[in-house]
Design a protein around this ligand. Structure first.
Ligand code: IMP
Ligand code: MG
Length: 179
């Protein structure tokens, strides 16, 4: 797997420090509230599991799955909910945890869907952001790292469903896409 990686963009220790910082900010901002931390499968699952262990207030977690990418590396523009929430969100402050904010299409759709269900608030925590690729503006309350317009993998992010288990964020060699 490592031989397919061109470069390490964000190391394990940089990820760890950022997750700690975000966890502390979230703990302070949502003290006294009913927080539901919501992960978007599958890419955000690794970030989510690290992040929630750095949150020191009582929270609930849940998962949703939405698809916007197939095997390729560009967005299709449409978003499909594949797995919905198990609970009623009214009364909760929702924090959507995302792996990467790219075009913004996936998140803006999710925010609309969730907001229509009557929660106290809906906010976004995105580990990575590629602002140069934005098609739809999405308000991001917590942003981990700004990344260049390159396809990145690892720490939950995939290419064709592989590389999610890399412990860092890296850039794939071009020849991997043309295989
Ligand atoms: P958006 O709707 O274009 O913002 O797409 C966001 C989703 O696309 C993310 O949750 C990822 O699953 C996927 N994605 C976007 N850019 C990358 C990337 O560089 N590597 C891996 N997945 C990506
Ligand atoms: Mg994703």
């Amino acid at each position: 797997m490592l031989e397919d990686i061109k470069s390490v963009l964000i190391s394990e220790s940089e990820l760890d420090a950022k997750v700690r910082e975000l966890g502390a900010r979230i703990s302070a901002d949502y003290a006294g509230k009913d927080l539901l931390v919501l992960s978007v499968l599958k890419g955000a699952s690794v970030f989510m599991s690290d992040l929630i262990r750095k949150i020191t207030i009582p929270i609930q977690i849940d998962f949703m799955a939405a698809s916007s990418y197939g095997k390729g590396t560009t967005t299709t523009g449409s978003v499909k909910i594949i797995k919905d929430l198990d609970i009623d969100v009214s009364g909760f402050d929702i924090l959507i945890v995302e792996d990467i904010l790219d075009s913004g299409v996936t998140l803006s759709n999710l925010i609309k869907i969730l907001a229509s269900r009557g929660p106290e608030s809906v906010s976004v925590c995105a580990l990575l952001s590629k602002p140069s690729r934005r098609k739809v503006e999405v308000p991001v309350k917590y942003e981990g790292f700004i990344v260049p317009d390159e396809f990145v993998v690892g720490y939950g992010l995939d290419y064709a469903e592989y590389y999610r288990n890399l412990p860092f964020i890296g850039v794939l060699k071009e020849e991997v896409y043309s295989k």
